[in-house]
Design a binder for this molecule. Structure first.
Ligand code: PGA
Length: 255
């Protein structure tokens, strides 16, 4: 059984006070809620604050991106080593905003992935097609291509123990347009089939595949009821505690 995993990707939002309040209330909520694994990915400036505030709750705290180099002349950037140094346990890699706004390529995804894993961080590897690619009938080709690149050279053990996948159709991110459960399930099933083919059935059935793109309290249950949708990576609806808690409740098995 895959334990559902719902992660908040705060992007470049919230501030120190709002984060303190959110984390205090989330810690309280998590005292008697264990049905879903929880992740929080704040702006990296606030990582130490969130690591401290959520210590002992079981929540995974991670960065939204990181540089692969351990140190050096990369003005404005944060190394995977630094993310681990402040006690965070994970990082997102290959989010479509990183790919589109910052020009990150599949090769950048692999370099960040390897640095993160070497530093002991778990990774959420993000893949997804643009609207243009979907309309051209290229969804599967694009998603599976990104997936193969992102997983290249990883052993089955590493994937099973350290890697979460996130399918995020670019046209659904921040647009209020969610993939239908059928659209999400179709892509998730093909990702899992590719995992089985490349890494074996055991890895395929153990790997969490999150869906991301306008997930909200009112659509999370139907999305996560799909057999191959195991969680959610949530931007906008993760910024308010009440809405995030509603997502966690709606994402628990049988909700
Ligand atoms: P959204 O963002 O929930 O605001 O659509 C999802 C994401 O980018 O991870």
């Amino acid at each position: 059984m895959r334990k559902p995993y719902i992660a908040a990707n705060w992007k470049m939002n919230l501030d120190a006070d709002a984060i303190d309040e959110f984390c205090a209330e989330l810690s309280e909520f998590l005292l008697d809620f264990d049905a879903v694994r929880v992740g929080v990915f704040p702006p990296s400036l606030y990582l130490p604050q969130v690591v401290r505030a959520l210590a002992g709750t079981g929540a995974v705290v991670g960065a939204q991106s990181c540089r692969p180099e351990a140190s050096g002349a990369f003005t404005g950037e944060i190394a995977a080593r630094m993310v681990a140094d402040v006690g965070a346990k994970a990082t997102l890699i290959g989010h479509s905003e990183r790919r589109q706004i910052f020009g990150e390529t599949d090769a950048d995804v692999v370099a960040r992935r390897d640095a993160a894993l070497a530093e002991g961080l778990d990774v959420i590897l993000c893949v997804g097609e643009t609207l243009e690619e979907r309309e051209a009938g290229r969804t599967n080709e694009v998603v599976i291509g990104q997936l193969e690149a992102a997983l290249a050279d990883l052993t089955p053990d590493v994937v099973r123990e350290r890697v979460t996948l996130a399918y995020e159709p670019v046209w659904a991110i921040g647009t209020g347009k969610t993939a239908t459960p059928d659209q999400a399930q179709e892509v998730h099933a093909s990702i899992r089939a590719r995992l089985a083919e490349g890494l074996g059935g055991e890895v395929a059935s153990a790997t969490i595949i999150q869906y991301g793109g306008s997930v909200k309290p009112d659509n999370v249950s139907e999305l996560m009821a799909c057999p191959d949708v195991d969680g959610a990576l949530v931007g906008g609806a993760s910024l308010q505690l009440e809405s995030f808690v509603a997502l966690l409740r709606g994402g628990q098995p049988g909700a």
